[in-house]
Design a protein around this ligand. Structure first.
Ligand code: AMP
Length: 221
């Protein structure tokens, strides 16, 4: 574990491996992994007002409105763990309006870096179609790397299923959404000197090594 935290954003197409890599980095730097997708899925499951507003949009592969998302993230980043050591933001920002709001929220404690985890579209389409997740804890599996026993999560024992938005139609919609709304953030952050592009292809352990090297260089070891 590292003695210093980090404040970072992870960008990348759906299926680039953001979830898996963010969990690893979050352990290494001892900072919370803040996934807006996970927060929304928890709200849908709990049947809260937010969950009712977000559920249908998510199932269709559409984005949840900016003002809702900005409010959620603003509140989460004000928690003591994030203020104290930092965080890894996964799934936010997704639009330029969200990035502008994040810059304001973090004005007194700016981001160390933004990583674009780069995996070509053809590869992510294959990965998404094969992806399976634990409905209870969100752990990631695939049809090629299933849990040890009968689609029961190795971590928590929950049911391992296909995500509702990993159908071919919703995958196509989400990738188009990414190109239209989120890909422009790569240039937006490059212009601000915060961007690092990391090759997300190949074995997960190698991708982790690449990420650690880039993050350590940015935050000064
Ligand atoms: P993810 O798990 O990051 O792929 O997010 C799943 C779904 O949650 C997305 O397809 C959106 O419907 C919604 N969502 C998550 N984060 C955001 C965000 N920052 N802005 C808008 N919608 C979001």
């Amino acid at each position: 574990m590292s003695d210093r935290g980090v404040r970072m954003v992870m960008l990348g197409r759906q299926g680039a491996g953001k979830g898996t890599q963010c969990v690893r980095l979050s352990r290494h730097y001892d900072v919370p992994h803040i996934s807006t997708g996970d927060m929304l899925r928890a709200a849908v499951k709990a049947g809260t007002e937010l969950g009712r507003k977000a559920g249908e949009l998510m199932a269709a592969g559409s984005l949840v409105p900016d003002d809702l998302m900005i409010g959620i993230v603003d509140e989460r980043l004000a928690q003591p763990d994030a203020v104290g050591r930092g965080y890894i933001l996964d799934g936010f920002p997704r639009t330029v309006a969200q990035a502008e709001a994040l810059a304001e929220i973090t004005a007194s404690r700016p981001l160390d870096l933004v990583v674009d985890l780069d995996v070509p579209t053809e590869v992510v389409v294959e990965r998404l179609a094969a992806r399976r997740v634990c409905r209870d804890c969100g752990a990631n599996y695939s049809v090629d790397a299933p849990p040890a026993s009968d689609w029961t999560c190795d971590v928590c024992g929950g049911p391992v299923v296909q995500r509702e938005d990993d159908t071919p139609e919703a995958i196509a919609k989400r990738l188009a959404e990414y190109e239209a709304n989120t890909a422009p953030l790569v240039d937006w952050y490059r212009e601000r000197g915060l961007l690092e592009t990391v090759d997300g292809t190949g074995p997960a352990d190698e991708v982790t090594e690449r990420l650690l090297a880039v993050v350590d260089a940015r935050r000064g070891g």
